[in-house]
Design a protein around this ligand. Structure first.
Ligand code: 5AD
Ligand code: SF4
Length: 463
């Protein structure tokens, strides 16, 4: 079935950053994160705010005085998951009447007061109101429900120190909101208008991350190539170059970019800096110009393919991934075949593939949802199958190649193997024993010995 980006990613563990500013207040908090990386980063901001107010993070909902669900509204099934989770939490609240339950994020912004009608939910906080979380929790503890869902034109949480969990890879949001208004998408409504952080604050945070032991940073935004430092006028390519120069040993990634704004300057900046990873997530959504127009994507397939050519001319070994929606309103069999054609032409290393899910208040909502579910599912399955075949073929060509791998730690399946990631964002598994002279966060050279559609397997080479 569909590859689903929705992840349940609890914010766990002891902080690696941010000292407690106030004294501990004896209360514990657990944040459960759903949806995109932007939400993972936002949860770290929320934890930063709460930590500064004396709350202690715990790694299990069972041990928490405050449980916050940071939610996603992008598709109906993402919201269903949250409703199910809230149902499950009813039991916990029955056993602990003082428990505070909060809904944060895009679903909070979309559903607002209707969420407060649920007896269980104490606070509802939208993506631009996270500074108010401590105050709202206090109010909830004294028995009153609270809501804060105003969107802001300026909030970037620039001055908040996110509470990151241990690891070597950090997320850093550099801009918020989206002004693209793709007709299928709720994000412009749930996250509001685009606004960017100052270039210097991003560069400073990247340096702090390096000093704190992080070895990779992903610059995040719904649409990073709309980044603009309003004071200096610097654009995203400038930001990327400045960050690459400031932390020359750090791996730098970014997501997500829009094909319309994939400028030559950005491509050349990526090519120029060794520490900017050669991996681009460039959502196409559909291979039909007619559908792209209905989606208000503002580019054609021809423009997209021309950008691809430019990217590959500058970076021949770049890895590419994409997002694809199956069964958008009025999509015909011919439109669907065009999507498969583009996939065959580009040959993506990876793809996130979804069945179209109509979202209230978007333009596409009014266009109807006329592709029957079984047709959507069948088309989606064809897309998924094709992608798997292509990824397996691409990965087979990796055998024999050398990759620098950033070591992430033990593999999940086998204690005698460790995992890491290539510059091109592919997971590489390699043998590990007690004689190994590298640690998590080191970069080692590996030769790829075998592959599947999802994973590369390699061995260390020291020459
Ligand atoms: N239905 C299905 N997929 C969607 N996406 C965004 N909105 C919808 C929707 N209503 C997908 C797009 C986007 C990714 C983050 O989620 O492919 O790029
Ligand atoms: Fe949604 Fe389009 Fe903005 Fe991406 S660019 S967040 S798909 S409106």
């Amino acid at each position: 079935m569909a590859t689903e980006t929705t992840i349940a990613l609890p914010v766990l563990g002891e902080p690696t950053q941010a000292a407690i500013i106030g004294p501990e207040n004896g209360r514990t908090v657990y944040v459960e994160t759903y949806g995109c990386q932007m939400n993972v980063s936002d949860s770290e901001i929320v934890m930063g705010v709460l930590h500064a107010n004396g709350y202690r993070p715990v790694d299990s909902a069972d041990d928490a005085d405050v449980i916050l669900l940071n939610t996603c509204a992008i598709r109906d099934n993402a919201e269903k998951k949250i409703h199910d989770r809230l149902d499950a939490l009813k039991w916990q609240k029955r056993h602990n009447r003082d428990l505070v339950v909060g809904v944060l994020g895009c679903m909070a912004e979309r559903l607002r007061t209707s969420l407060l009608e649920k007896k269980l939910v104490d606070i509802v906080v939208g993506p631009d109101e996270y500074r108010k979380v401590p105050e709202l929790v206090e109010t909830a503890l004294s028995g009153s429900k609270g809501i804060a869902v105003k969107l802001s034109r300026v909030e970037t949480y620039d001055d908040i120190q996110p509470l990151r969990t241990e690891g070597i890879s950090a997320w850093m949001s550099i801009m918020r909101g989206c002004d693209k208004f793709c007709t299928f998408c709720v994000v412009p409504f749930t996250r509001g208008r685009e606004r960017s952080r100052a270039l210097q604050s991003v560069v400073d945070e990247a340096k702090q991350l390096w000093d704190a032991g992080f070895r990779e940073v992903t610059l995040l935004g719904q649409n990073v190539n709309s980044y603009r430092d309003d004071v200096s006028g610097y654009d995203f390519a400038d930001l990327l170059a400045a960050t690459a120069r400031a932390v020359p040993q750090m791996r730098i990634r970014y997501t997500t970019s829009h094909p319309q704004d994939m400028s030559d300057k950005l491509i050349d900046t990526m090519a120029e800096h060794d520490n900017i990873c050669k991996y681009i997530h460039l959502p196409i959504q559909s291979g039909s110009n007619r559908v792209l127009q209905l989606m208000n994507r503002t580019y054609t397939v021809e423009h997209y393919m021309q950008r691809m050519e430019r990217i590959r001319a500058a970076m021949p070994l770049v890895a590419m991934s994409t997002d694809i929606i199956a069964g958008f309103c009025t999509e015909t069999e011919d439109d669907h075949q065009r999507t498969l054609d583009v996939m065959r032409a580009v040959r993506y290393d990876g793809a996130y593939m979804f069945a179209y899910s109509p979202r209230e208040n978007t333009k596409a909502w009014k266009m109807g949802d006329d592709v029957p579910d079984e047709v959507k599912s069948r088309r989606l399955q064809e897309i998924v199958d094709l992608q798997q075949t292509i990824a397996a073929e691409i990965n087979a060509t990796e055998v024999g190649r050398i990759h620098d791998v950033l070591v992430e730690g033990p593999s999940k399946r086998n204690a005698s193997e460790w995992r890491g990631r290539s510059d091109t964002n592919k997971t590489v598994i390699f043998p590990h024993d007690e004689t190994a002279d590298y640690i998590v966060g080191d970069t080692i050279r590996t030769r790829i010995t075998r592959s599947t559609s999802a994973t590369l397997f390699g061995e260390r080479v020291t020459t």
